[in-house]
Design a protein around this ligand. Structure first.
Ligand SMILES: Cc1cc2nc3c(=O)[nH]c(=O)nc-3n(C[C@H](O)[C@H](O)[C@H](O)COP(=O)(O)OP(=O)(O)OC[C@H]3O[C@@H](n4cnc5c(N)ncnc54)[C@H](O)[C@@H]3O)c2cc1C
Length: 380
């Protein structure tokens, strides 16, 4: 990390690293094999304060800056990419609540979010609305004292165990940005049915669900921001989320690199360690260089975010580069392991599958390129 952390923040990153590499790494391998959700196994994460990373201290959280949050997500991803996204999505919801919840519920909600039993989720995607959220069909209709939501959400991370959902819904008849609003919802209320999506290629310990909403009542105080702010809240949350996914990708890549280094020194062919071959050295050198470049982009985006400066462009560049890079590095890690890398006895097999999602969620690589190019082409 090039960014300088305070002593306390460095200690926290070190503690996460020790726990992740010491214990979590084996748990995650088992959860991947058995497709077991990590969402029901978060007790230690609450104890360490990791579910309140983005909750203000006054509300019981750790309130770490993004320059500390990013390496924590990276360390979690090094050992357990599924846990990294679980914590990342929950942290994104905490930030939305801190910025946009009604004052009458904000502090109570933030305190809850840092406490067990209150895992949260972010539901913007739908069966027919992914890269284009403006085609979302879930509707929120005004009723006495609140809103009634109807429709289907898709691909909701933390969607089965989660209690609090931030839901993007149509509140106007226009497909323009102002036609959508964002709501906090409590999945313990009637009107919501959740179905687990199983059989994922990777991040198999991360929970993914479909949600069907039928006359799902949401009180007025659970409207986030104002009517018509749905797109604005969603896009700003995704900007922050992309720094998290870039960090997740970089953690996966670092794990792949370390495995490449170990294996290439042990494995002998032609009576020499394969690390002696220039072809292997180049894969190692390229991977280390690309990881450092991704880290630089993450630091830049995180520093801008912490300084309150625009960082959309920087977050998209970090997410685009880090996610594509993680896939290249995971590919090389399997290649360096030869046939053994193709079997699940070797961890690179899982990391190769886990890396794949990072170019897809929170905006595909194509969407990141649209965001970056649009900003560059805009008249300034
Ligand atoms: C495991 C997992 C977890 C997820 N978690 C969440 C979550 O917690 N909350 C949530 O709301 N969503 C979540 N998602 C959804 C995710 O964000 C979407 O899958 C993603 O945004 C892409 O949408 P899509 O799958 O509908 O693909 P599509 O939008 O249908 O895209 C298909 C292809 O077309 C390309 N494409 C689309 N539009 C353009 C364009 N204009 N120019 C060029 N290419 C384009 C895309 O890049 C992609 O390659 C998750 C998805 C997965 C798989």
């Amino acid at each position: 990390m090039s960014t300088t952390l305070s002593e306390d923040h460095q200690l926290l990153v070190d503690a996460v690293r020790d726990y992740a590499r010491g214990e979590l790494i084996d748990l995650d391998a088992e959860w991947d094999r058995t497709e077991t959700s990590c969402c029901t196994k978060l007790d230690h994460f609450y104890e360490m304060g990791l579910m309140g990373l983005r909750v203000p201290e006054g509300d019981g959280g750790l309130d770490v800056p993004t320059v500390c949050y990013a390496p924590i997500i990276g360390e979690l991803a090094y050992a357990a990419p599924s846990v990294a996204v679980t914590v990342g999505v929950h942290s994104m919801v905490c930030e939305i609540i801190a910025s946009f919840a009604d004052e009458s519920i904000k502090h109570e909600m933030l305190a809850k979010l840092a406490s067990p039993g209150n895992l949260s989720a972010f539901a913007i995607s739908e069966p027919d609305a992914g890269s284009d959220p403006a085609s979302a069909k879930v509707r929120a209709d005004k009723v006495d004292g609140g809103w009634k939501l109807n429709g289907a959400k898709m691909w909701v991370t933390n969607g089965m165990t989660g209690r609090w959902f931030v839901v993007f819904a149509r509140t106007g008849d226009t497909s323009a940005a102002r036609g959508f609003s964002m709501f906090l919802t409590d999945a313990q209320q009637p009107g919501v049915e959740r179905t687990l999506i199983s059989g994922k290629m990777g991040i198999r310990a991360s929970e993914t669900a479909e949600m069907n909403l039928e006359d799902f009542f949401v009180p007025d105080t659970y409207l986030l921001g104002k009517i018509g702010w749905g797109m604005r809240i969603g896009l700003s949350a995704l900007d922050g989320g992309r720094i998290g996914i870039a960090s997740q990708a970089t953690g996966i890549a670092q794990a792949c690199l370390d495995l490449m280094l170990d294996y290439s020194k042990q494995r002998e062919q032609f009576k020499r360690p394969i690390a002696d071959f220039q072809a292997i050295q180049w894969m190692i050198a390229d991977s280390a260089t690309e990881i450092a470049a991704a880290q630089g982009l993450i630091d830049q985006a995180a520093t801008l975010k912490d300084a309150g400066q625009p960082y959309t462009h920087a977050a998209s560049m970090a997410k685009l580069f880090a996610s594509e890079m993680a896939n290249r590095v995971a590919y090389r890690a399997v290649q360096v392991h030869g046939g053994y890398g193709y079997c699940n006895e070797f961890r690179v097999e899982q990391l190769y599958r886990d890396a794949r999602i990072t170019t897809i969620y929170e905006g595909t690589s194509e969407v990141q390129r649209i965001v970056i190019a649009r900003d560059l082409l805009r008249d300034k």
